[in-house]
Structure formats: structure tokens, C-alpha cells
Design a protein around this ligand. Structure first.
Ligand SMILES: [Fe+2]
Ligand SMILES: [Fe+2]
Length: 191
């Protein structure tokens, strides 16, 4: 016996004028009751899980590389010219580490394996490690790395789209922080 609600919906479904176009996929909701071992990944998640996990692992490699670069800059810039910028590098390093943690957590939620292998970090990371000794060079190279991260996250947000709203929101939140980082570094360059 259909409820008032489902009857109204099936009638509107048959509406030749298509006045009501927003329907949830009842079969997909029913299918979500099975495969409980998959945790957050429902059967209708689609064929994208492996691709999204791969994108997230590339982002994880990028963040880990940024942690190493900023931490080295923090310790080597200290006492050279500006203690303030050295502190800024440490703040960024810690924020990149928080990004790495959130990405790894999401990879595990999706049933994937977070890849922390150090030997393949340089190939997998979008941005580069940096050995600069000069403070201005450090700032400039960090700005380049942030711009690379911004472009990579912007593309990932577009690729994930509506396939996985939670992952997209995570990527958007990280993207906003990378934009703040780039903005701060550009200000430092102008000093
Ligand atoms: Fe980051
Ligand atoms: Fe950043």
C-alpha cells in the first residue's frame, strides 16, 4: 500500500509536462542496505572510487613534499634574515601536514590505501622539494609550489564534481587554504 507521499511522487513521475523533475533513485537507496563492509561507499558510488583514491594519493604526496620543504625552510631561514618568515614557514608546514592527514583519512574511508612511501614522493608529488639557501628564493619557490597546488586542487575539484560531494568539499577547503598561503607569500615577496 503506497503512502500518500510515494503515490504523489509516482503520479508526478508520469506527469507528461515533467513539472517535477527532482527524484531520488529509490533502487540505489535500497542497494545501499547491502555491501555494508564497504562502509561509506554505496553501490551507486560508481566506478570512480579507484580514480578518486589515486587523485587523493597524488595530493597526499604533494602535501607531504610541502611539509618537508617548509620545515627545512623554517629551520634554515631561522637566524639568517627574518625570524618572522621562518615562523610563517612553520605555520604553513603544520597546515600542509593537517591537509595530508585529512587526505589520508578520506582515502581510508573510501576503502583505499594511503601511500606514504618516501622513495616515490618526488614522482607522485605535483610540487617540488627545494634546497634554496637564500630567503627570497625560498619565498619564491614556496609561492610556485602553492600555485602548483592551487591549480592541481582546482582541477581535482572539477574532476570529482558531483561524483563524491564529501571529497569535493574536502578538496575545496584545502584549496582555500592554499590560496591564503600563496597570498601571504606574495605579500612577503613584495617587502
Ligand atoms: Fe596543503
Ligand atoms: Fe599550502
Amino acid at each position: 500500500m503506497p503512502t500518500q507521499h510515494t503515490r504523489a511522487r509516482s503520479e508526478s513521475h508520469a506527469d507528461p509536462h515533467g513539472d517535477v523533475a527532482l527524484h531520488v533513485d529509490e533502487a540505489a537507496i535500497e542497494a545501499a542496505k547491502s555491501h555494508t563492509d564497504d562502509g561509506v561507499v554505496t553501490p551507486a558510488y560508481g566506478p570512480w572510487r579507484n580514480d578518486i583514491v589515486r587523485l587523493l594519493n597524488d595530493a597526499l604526496a604533494t602535501e607531504l613534499t610541502c611539509v618537508l620543504r617548509y620545515r627545512r625552510h623554517h629551520f634554515t631561514a631561522q637566524g639568517v634574515a627574518s625570524p618572522k618568515i621562518a615562523e610563517e614557514f612553520l605555520v604553513h608546514a603544520n597546515e600542509e601536514l593537517a591537509h595530508a592527514d585529512r587526505l589520508a583519512e578520506r582515502i581510508v574511508q573510501l576503502g583505499g590505501e594511503p601511500d606514504f612511501r618516501p622513495e616515490s614522493l618526488p614522482e607522485r608529488s605535483h610540487s617540488d622539494y627545494d634546497d634554496a639557501a637564500n630567503l627570497n628564493e625560498m619565498i619564491r619557490n614556496n609561492l610556485v609550489a602553492e600555485r602548483v597546488a592551487i591549480e592541481a586542487y582546482r582541477q581535482m575539484v572539477a574532476l570529482v564534481g558531483s561524483k563524491d560531494p564529501t571529497t569535493r568539499r574536502l578538496l575545496e577547503e584545502i584549496l582555500a587554504v592554499e590560496e591564503e598561503h600563496a597570498d601571504e607569500l606574495r605579500d612577503w615577496l613584495g617587502r
